[in-house]
Design a protein around this ligand. Sequence first.
Ligand SMILES: Cc1cc2nc3c(=O)[nH]c(=O)nc-3n(C[C@H](O)[C@H](O)[C@H](O)COP(=O)(O)OP(=O)(O)OC[C@H]3O[C@@H](n4cnc5c(N)ncnc54)[C@H](O)[C@@H]3O)c2cc1C
Ligand SMILES: NC(=O)c1ccc[n+]([C@@H]2O[C@H](COP(=O)([O-])OP(=O)(O)OC[C@H]3O[C@@H](n4cnc5c(N)ncnc54)[C@H](OP(=O)(O)O)[C@@H]3O)[C@@H](O)[C@H]2O)c1
Length: 484
Amino acid sequence: MSHIKSVAIVGAGASGAIAASALAAEDVFDHIRVFERRGTAGGTWIYDADPGQPFKLCPGKLPPDIDSPLEIPCSLPATTPHITRERYDKTPIYENLTTNVPDIAMSYSDLPFSYGPFVPHWVPKQYIENYFSSHGTDKYLITNTTVEDISKLDSPDPNNPRWSLTLRRFHPVNQQDEWWEEEFDAVIIANGHYSVPYVPKVPGLEEYMAKYPKRVMHSKQFCSATDFTQKRVMIIGNSASGQDLTTSLVREAAHPVYQSRRSAGRWDGDKPPEGVEWKSVITRYELSGDIVFSDGSVILGDEIDKIIYCTGYKPSFPFWNIQRGGQQLYDYHEDRLVGGYLHTFFQELPTLTIIGLPRVLTFRSMEYQAIAIARVWSGRSVLPDKQGQRLWEQNRAELTKRERRKFHDIPWDDGETVQYLQALFDIAGLPRFDGAGRFPPVLDERTRWAIRNIKKYPEPGRNGTEDGYVIFNSAEVKDSLHFI
Ligand SMILES: Cc1cc2nc3c(=O)[nH]c(=O)nc-3n(C[C@H](O)[C@H](O)[C@H](O)COP(=O)(O)OP(=O)(O)OC[C@H]3O[C@@H](n4cnc5c(N)ncnc54)[C@H](O)[C@@H]3O)c2cc1C
Ligand SMILES: NC(=O)c1ccc[n+]([C@@H]2O[C@H](COP(=O)([O-])OP(=O)(O)OC[C@H]3O[C@@H](n4cnc5c(N)ncnc54)[C@H](OP(=O)(O)O)[C@@H]3O)[C@@H](O)[C@H]2O)c1
């Protein structure tokens, strides 16, 4: 694919940073641009002390409903009044958030974090910004610019489509939006997948929220436990957000802090920590304010001040033009990419890729994805043919269905992560003899040990403590990486 000379990257978070560096290192691309809707690089890690207007919670609604495409001006370039519609672009992180992935897996192989293993949120933010400048890729950054549309162009080679991007930049001085188009040979989607909050549909919840406005929120709207001093709170969810918020609220809120859990977490012992009361799944909200659980228990309306849904996020691709792209990008029913290969490539769209979607090693796994993409697009490596790629997708769909797992979740303990990264490593291969291109990192024993053993939270009955973090001794319960 050595005809690819211009590449657009959507997003300047961790994925965009490594994508820009991997492309630059190949030394064959003439034009690289990283479009970022925020004012700086950093993505998830750009902390917003002012979270802005609270967004409306829409139980059961998915990104195509709540984060739909904007209407694009009929002729471009154009200037329009500034669009203020909710785009979920503010951060999901909160004031006291520290990382939960050991620094060795949360950094790229050529630049360590300044310290570790777990760090406050500003460290990854500084790291990503610094990664752009230390690799000289900050010159590719176009900030305050949202990619609003990606359309396939009619091109002479239908098997290698070119792309038109519609871009929108907010002009803060005249409070207007400027719109324009740019064309590229290839596009990397690095837009993150923890922006659009998900709240499950529960009977009576909509009516409950209408009757008790401001009572129900999502963890994306959580800033600080001190906003909940002596409040009676219920957390819903038991993954990283549910665990983190419960742990900080128990120090600040009234006791007990209720936590509704659908399944047990790796941190859970046989009984809840002091100050916490576990509840089962909510089956119904009553207009009286009462909340009914699947085990038949009830919390009365006057016993709760705040309910915080820690039920995660859904990926959103409002810029993807389905008509012009010729296919859907994401199937929300199956919760997976359509026609993907190795969670990175698209079988029918070889000049489009995505980084950062699978739940695997975060930064370090993005590095493998980025180098593999750069190598294929520079013409120095090839992918299996379409049939081989299709077979990978079919096999993965069958496996994950059979084992009732999510398509894009890649566990560590059964060796799947190692296999997956090895596949990307093999596609990447070596750099050129003259030095062009990056080396894909090795997954050495030090890194593997850290992933297996260094944990942010105590895991009952299985821990020793060292320097404020936890050394975990055996692999039981959920996968070691299930919180990622
Ligand atoms: C609360 C929380 C805590 C987390 N903690 C950890 C942790 O401790 N360790 C860890 O490794 N991971 C953690 N993660 C996961 C984290 O998101 C990833 O580590 C990583 O930062 C993702 O990088 P990304 O570049 O793929 O996505 P993001 O960081 O989301 O970056 C995507 C970028 O794309 C931009 N963008 C999106 N759409 C457009 C568009 N249309 N046009 C232009 N720009 C666009 C966004 O503004 C953003 O800057 C956490 C996630 C959450 C929600
Ligand atoms: N650095 C940190 O400390 C930190 C803090 C917060 C978040 N994060 C990161 O942020 C990302 C998102 O984490 P997250 O915890 O917000 O989301 P998540 O990992 O997707 O977890 C969602 C939780 O909601 C529960 N849930 C989903 N649908 C439900 C339903 N219909 N009824 C009841 N429960 C339901 C899930 O239950 P099941 O468990 O049964 O599926 C799960 O516990 C992860 O990458 C995580 O590592 C990191």
